[in-house]
Design a protein around this ligand. Sequence first.
Ligand code: NAP
Ligand code: GLV
Ligand code: GLV
Length: 444
Amino acid sequence: MSGIIFFKTVNLAKIREFYEGRLGLKLWKDQGKCLIFAHGSLKLGFCEGQASETGGIITFVYDSPAEVDASYARFEKIATGKPEISEYYKIYHFWARDFEGRSLEFQCFIEPEKKGTEKAEISILNPDKAKPKLLLTRMIPENAVDQLKQVFEVHANTEPRNLSKAELLQHIPQMDGLLCLLGDTIDRELLDAAPKLRVISNYAVGYNNIDIDYAKSKNIAVCNTPGVLTESTADLAWALIMAASRRIVESDKFVRRGEFVGWEPLLFLGQDLHHRTLGILGLGRIGEAVGKRATGFGMKILYHSRTEKSPSYEATRVDLETLLKESDILSIHAPLTDKTRHLIGKKELAMMKETAVLINTGRGAIVDEKELIKALQEKRIFAAGFDVYEHEPQIPQELLDLENVVVLPHIGSASFATRAAMGEMAAENAIAIVKGEKPKSRIV
Ligand code: NAP
Ligand code: GLV
Ligand code: GLV
């Protein structure tokens, strides 16, 4: 059975912002005075009318409790209950209300035996007892999986979600190798449960998700994927720089809402980039590539790093205070370490220009997110662009409510070619360690 439930509304623009922006529903049809959203087989229509209808219940059905949880995380502020399992209905659900007062029900029907505990389908892709075992925590491009299969018996999580801590703990004891994501926390508890583990190959350049010192103390090699993702991540940093400075996303939403009625002298005024000052926090591989792109815009380039660098273009090393005070665009490219956690806090944000734009494609926790939200709300800086968040994947609703931010789901390296190259490098790293060879990039 399929159909469309229609509601009348007096506030089509807000409905759109809510259902598309906050709930993440896809716009299925835009008929001007009527918007139809799709969410799986559920279709919801909202038509402009005299009186809005606020009755009724809209039910969103998900495939797994994890998706209900993810939805809850987005709707925590308006949720009217916590996710819970009802024995009677065998559903896992919570309730919320949309801004017109309709009840929204988010639920997942669960199999009785699956209640509360999820077990990922870990598949042995190439059963072969003679080979060392590798846990692949999430499917990566096929070329890399094929490489891994030649050397390892690959135990792969084939589900489209990350493994929980419990699931990692369950599978790690038998493993000789681990190929993991930046969202997998590889801490003491996990390493203590891994007596056979020889290599952790991170499918990322950043490795703040791994307890490096503890791995080292246990003689477990840790590898990462530097270099191959530099240019793609620099491209994305620039996409954010341009989008936040020139209000691209806000303007796009405006046009789609049907509000563009002609050229206007004061419509969506933003910040210029050309001939202004770019400040780079952390002039490493990616920071340098971001600076190189800025030379095409005739920008002046400042940077702050612990050591002097010699990029292929003119750039001046300054202390953090000068960087903050003089930059029109501040782009963060340092790694997350004990030294960089909350390096940009209340005091530092107060040093920035009112016209400044802050871009973070490094790691969320380098910036004190609460303080940054305040600075943006109070318009103490002009705008911000984020690819990373302090408590990823959680993003505070206050941040999503702001117009002067652009938010991306950590896609810095997400091009077809780069993700394949990262896969190759991560596979080669793991293979080199078990073969006793020198990997391309080893951290400890
Ligand atoms: P990199 O070459 O090691 O560059 C990092 C730079 O940061 C280094 O040159 C380092 O220079 C500087 N740095 C370190 N500690 C610092 C501090 N306390 N203050 C100021 N500067 C400091 O690494 P990369 O390949 O460019 O990657 C950088 C980071 O980007 C990664 O760690 C990762 O977190 C992030 N990343 C994100 C994405 C994404 O998808 N958004 C993709 C790739 C990478 P000094 O040692 O001289 O200080
Ligand atoms: C991505 O954030 C990475 O560190 O590779
Ligand atoms: C704008 O389109 C202009 O011609 O200035």
